[in-house]
Design a protein around this ligand. Structure first.
Ligand code: VGL
Ligand code: ZN
Length: 208
């Protein structure tokens, strides 16, 4: 059984948003076609409290894209984004959300960031997604959304670690791509056994 996992298609990751991914809004019509062809859809939502430790503004003298050492390792610092309940944290208004069976919110602990839909950045704190998928009998995941080199990347790799088949829909994702992060993420996903497919292939049933 397969599910579509739509990562962080929120206003702040789209043009005009606080952490805009280039072309981020262009994934919406492509994802909507996928949503219409899946029996099971799961959405994730980046969901930070004000003053979250992944925000550069929470660290004296730091600016976005600087890094800091957290107890769990190096953390990239971001502009304030996806603050709980804000317009920026809302899903893109055109995204089809009605048929979603689960919305996973992540990054709500003030001290830990969470890129992956499965585990927070300490690689230990679970979001509960793995248990949900197991209980539902879902074995295969098709991933789309934002950003390819951060939340999609880590969700895909963790999905493989947990034994799911994982395909990323190339034309339904966009990357932040700072410092070669897009190519590095593609390499790490491929190494983990993630496959790359097109939305047309998924909709036509030619893949997964
Ligand atoms: C993301 C950076 C910070 C993402 C979330 O959704 O890829 N990136 N928070
Ligand atoms: Zn975030």
């Amino acid at each position: 059984m397969r599910a579509l996992l739509v990562i962080d298609v929120q206003n702040d990751f789209c043009p005009g948003g606080a952490l805009a991914v280039p072309g981020g809004d262009l994934v919406v019509p492509v994802i909507n076609r996928l949503v219409s062809s899946f029996d099971h859809v799961i959405l994730t939502q980046d969901w930070h409290p004000e003053g979250h430790q992944s925000f550069a503004s929470s660290h004296e003298g730091k600016k976005p894209m600087d890094t800091v050492e957290m107890p769990y390792g190096e953390q990239v610092l971001w502009p304030d984004h996806c603050v709980q309940g804000s317009v920026g944290a809302a899903f893109h208004p055109d995204l089809l959300t009605e048929t979603a069976e689960l919305i996973i919110r992540k990054g709500f602990r003030p001290e830990i960031d969470s890129y992956s839909a499965f585990y927070e950045n300490d690689q230990e704190t679970s979001t509960g997604l793995r248990g949900y998928l197991r209980d539902r009998g879902i074995t295969s995941l098709v991933l789309a959304g934002l950003a390819e080199d951060f939340c999609v990347h880590w969700s895909a790799v963790d999905g493989r670690k947990e034994g799911f088949d994982v395909a990323v829909v190339e034309d339904a994702t966009r990357a932040i791509d700072s410092d070669g992060s897009k190519a590095a993420a593609r390499d790490r996903m491929a190494e983990a056994g993630v496959t790359f497919v097109s939305a047309a292939e998924v909709v036509s049933g030619a893949s997964v």
